[in-house]
Design a protein around this ligand. Structure first.
Ligand code: ZN
Length: 417
């Protein structure tokens, strides 16, 4: 096991640790630790809400989830010699849940959760159809996820970090804040919001204190979106064996990561659609001097996905086009066509006895594939969602004898109001 350079004690909150991480992006958040090119090391990661979500049968904690406090990230980790213009090579050597012998009740210790977020608290991809809060607990055993809230389904975890990235430069941060503020200004009262401006409340900024803390928390960027530095990309194929090339914008690169997922479907559609957990990630870093210019990587990381995903030989796929549920034709709107594909899949799964919320949870958390199948055939974009048939312990294919009916059990718990 590589040396743990960023340890987290499962019995303590994120701000009471040996090193305090951060939940905003800003170039002035100082590095907590420094490594050298060629080093391998382990980083502990807390689940994105720092323990606010519990292993029980109530969704009130998802309804009340403290969104201003996310994502709690481990880092920043400085890489000696890395300078703006370089590419940082990050290899994911291993990634997994918190060892179960660690005391404490945190997500990652044999279990994780998926949430449907209410429209009033973040919403989700299908928030018009699913405006309320729901929660689903998944148990991990032998690398496989099952749930008391969603019977009849099990799958191997494709464990990955939802969020990893380098610190922005001062100029890049200003660019983010300007363009996101301009978008928000087009409809400032929208629920859920169009974007999240800097939020001083609940900001955690590592070692920063005093006047620096007060200034930086007013301008630091939220961690929700993916941006040029990587960030919250939620790419389910960032499994072990992945190599990522991140642009470097500040001296030392200042790499941070968190939001570990035991599994996720493409799109992470319920918003907290992955199986969220705390855990560890083992990394190896190196630097390509001047790599941003050499390879033309001026914005957004490039990567080579891991090769340890489960292999499925059979899929049941659902398609959608860019026509609204009310029948309005839209022009090549792939967001809409993916929504329609997902709604189609959810409707289909209810034939077997699942509630729409159970089906939505399956699409968010299981290793489903989402594809932009056609983007040029005016006026309809065609998106597809592929479900591996093997994750169900019954036959979900259409057949002459009709759908097998499952006992949906208690279902996924809903919040009390
Ligand atoms: Zn996540």
């Amino acid at each position: 096991m590589p040396q743990v350079i960023f340890p987290l004690d499962s019995t303590k909150s994120f701000t009471d640790q040996k090193y305090v991480g951060h939940n905003r992006w800003h170039p002035e958040i100082p590095a907590n630790v420094t490594v050298k090119p060629g080093d391998s090391f382990r980083v502990d990661c807390r689940e994105w809400f720092d323990g606010a979500i519990h292993n029980d049968d109530s969704a009130d904690d998802v309804r009340d989830a403290p969104l201003k406090g996310v994502h709690v990230l481990s880092g920043p980790i400085a890489v000696e010699g890395a300078e703006p213009g370089d590419l940082l090579i990050v290899d994911i050597l291993d990634v997994g849940p918190i060892p179960q012998e660690d005391s404490g009740p945190l997500a990652g210790q044999g279990w994780g959760y998926t949430g449907i977020f209410p429209t009033q608290n973040g919403g989700g991809f299908l928030t018009e159809q699913f405006p309320d809060a729901y929660k689903c607990i998944w148990d991990f055993r032998g690398g496989v996820a099952t749930s008391r809230h969603v019977p009849g389904v099990s799958y191997v975890g494709i464990v990955h970090p939802g969020l990893m990235g380098t610190a922005p430069s001062k100029e890049l941060l200003a660019k983010w804040n300007t363009r996101e503020a301009a978008l928000i200004a087009t409809d400032p009262d929208r629920v859920p919001p169009l974007a999240l401006p800097p939020e001083p409340q609940d900001a955690i900024l590592g070692q920063l204190t005093g006047a620096d803390f007060e200034r930086v928390r007013m301008e630091a960027a939220r961690t929700a979106p993916p941006r040029e530095n990587g960030g919250n990309q939620d790419i389910k194929n960032f499994t072990k064996g992945t190599r990522v090339f991140y642009p470097v914008f500040v001296k030392g690169a200042n790499l941070s990561m968190g939001d570990l997922h035991f599994s996720q479907g493409d799109g992470e559609i319920t918003f907290c659609g992955a199986i969220e957990m705390g855990g560890f990630i083992d990394l190896h870093v190196d630097v390509i001097k001047g790599g941003m210019q050499t390879y033309g990587v001026s914005e957004n990381a490039i990567f080579m996905p891991g090769t340890t995903d489960p292999q499925f030989s059979q899929w049941l796929a659902f398609s959608g086009t860019s026509v609204t549920l009310d029948g309005e034709q839209r022009y090549l709107d792939s967001h809409l066509s993916y929504q329609r594909a997902c709604l189609h899949a959810i409707d289909y799964l209810t034939n077997f006895g699942y509630s729409p919320e159970q089906a939505y949870m399956i699409l968010g958390a299981a290793p489903i594939e989402g594809r932009l199948s056609g983007v040029v055939d005016i006026p309809n974009s065609c998106s597809t969602v592929y479900i591996p048939t093997a994750i169900f312990d019954f036959d979900i294919r259409p057949g002459k004898s009709g759908p097998h009916k499952i006992d949906p059990g208690m279902g996924v718990p809903k919040s009390t109001f």
